[in-house]
Design a protein around this ligand. Structure first.
Ligand code: NIG
Ligand code: FE
Length: 416
């Protein structure tokens, strides 16, 4: 039963108190047993029961809950650096998509990727995420877009959960775009999702959430409604990519289907915000994607003022957000969206956990939660976000175990 001491400031990030309340405790200690937190508070108040337990040192550094990346597209084949250059030369993201690039290009490369390629890519990214202090990652399918290729992505996530320490939370995003085989009959693809893939993947426990990209080059509001309502019948909670490139009334849709989260939200208007607040939908801010696509920024302050918990995530994917650096996303949520560092921290921990239904497990430092912690070599969180460095995380604990980097070759093989 170790006790982590020498913590200059511990940010507990408890669910209460709103976006800005991160519950700092100076000169703190955290005790855990079998991977679960037993006690956290001022070191001077450590209960006598822990007095004889072994000590770990945080080296006089800051400790926060392990970061939760609640929106990623972790597994994909190939990158799209050439499109990055094209966009810099003035071709729009939508035009690239209309020309067969974008998500469709990654779909082709993901279908072609071997299970080993996908495994190695994912394990390498996860190792680097852990080094940044990330301990839980939501992972979407959506680059397979056929029964076999979607199954391959979700099955990969299931096996990754078993072989490596990061908690992986799976989302079925078969409704990312309509794959080319179905362009002449998009309804047939929606039928495939609703009649076959959702029942199969939900039944096999391969996903917890169902997500839809609502956009001109992706799915309509009506199609999304049908897909998400079907998902709900099979126990998949709805999530949505909405209002990313224009106001598509997506926030209201998220309220209507009682989505656990609505993500992107760059163009969401006041009425959508009101609807989300009433329905208790978490808003997920993805500033790396906003930055790379040169969109207007999500009006985060309006969401916070409406009482909506705002999570911050990377949206890691090969197109709109090729960086998996969650502290970078947090810093951008300050500089682009106007969150304070404390608000960004609550968004990448407690509220990110809420966005993926893990609020009982992680995202805050309190008894009963997993001992997922990140040690940061910074004076405080304001300084962390202000003087942005590549990485200030000196140690990451997952379920109470300090993580040492393990290369992809160091993990068991997978069978897909
Ligand atoms: O979240 N918006 C849809 N999907 C991704 C982009 C995927 C891609 O460009 O490959 C996103 O930004
Ligand atoms: Fe996304």
């Amino acid at each position: 039963m170790p006790v982590l001491v020498d913590i200059s400031t511990l940010y507990k990030c408890l669910p209460d108190g709103g976006q800005a309340e991160v519950h700092p405790v100076t000169d703190a200690a955290v005790a855990w047993k079998e991977g679960r937190i037993e006690w956290a508070g001022p070191a001077s108040e450590l209960p006598v029961t822990f007095e004889k337990e072994s000590r770990l040192s945080a080296g006089g550094n800051v400790v926060i809950p392990g970061l939760v990346d609640c929106h990623t597209h972790l597994a994909f084949g190939g990158w799209r650096a050439a499109e990055f250059e094209k966009r810099l030369k003035g071709v729009s993201y939508l035009d690239i998509a209309r020309q067969g690039g974008g998500i469709r290009k990654t779909m082709v490369q993901t279908r072609e990727a071997t299970p080993r390629d996908l495994r190695n890519h994912s394990l390498t990214v996860l190792r680097k995420m852990v080094a940044l202090g990330v301990t839980t990652v939501e992972c979407k399918s959506g680059y397979g877009l056929s029964a076999d290729a979607e199954r391959k992505q979700l099955e990969l996530y299931r096996q990754l959960r078993e072989i490596q320490p990061v908690d992986i939370v799976s989302t079925f995003l078969g409704a990312h775009i309509v794959p080319p085989e179905f362009t002449a009959d998009r309804m047939a693809y929606v039928d495939l999702l609703c009649n076959e893939l959702i029942p199969e993947f939900a039944g096999a426990g391969l996903a917890e959430f169902c997500d839809v990209f609502v956009e001109e080059t992706a799915f309509s509001r009506e199609e999304a409604l049908r897909i998400l309502e079907t998902g709900k019948q099979y126990g998949l909670r709805p999530k949505l990519h909405v209002d990313q490139l224009y106001d598509g009334d997506g926030a209201a849709l998220a309220a209507e289907v009682k989505a656990i989260s609505a993500d992107h939200l760059e163009y969401t208007g006041d009425e959508g915000i009101r609807r989300m607040a009433d329905a208790g939908v978490v808003g997920v801010c993805l500033p790396i994607a906003t930055l790379y696509l040169g969109q207007q920024s999500m009006k985060v302050r309006k969401f916070v003022d409406a009482g909506i918990p705002v999570a911050v995530a990377t949206d890691f994917n090969p197109g709109s957000a090729p960086s998996f650096h969650l502290p970078l996303a947090m810093m951008l949520s300050c500089t682009m969206n106007g969150l304070t560092p404390a608000e960004a921290l609550k968004g990448a921990t407690c509220y990110a956990a809420a966005a993926i239904g893990r609020d009982g497990e992680c995202g805050s430092i309190e008894p009963g939660k997993r001992a997922d912690l990140a040690v940061l070599e910074v004076p405080d969180i304001n300084h962390w976000m202000y003087q942005f460095e590549a990485n200030v995380c000196t140690e990451t604990y997952i379920r109470g175990v300090s993580q040492k980097p393990v290369s992809a070759a160091g993990y068991p093989e997978i069978q897909l």
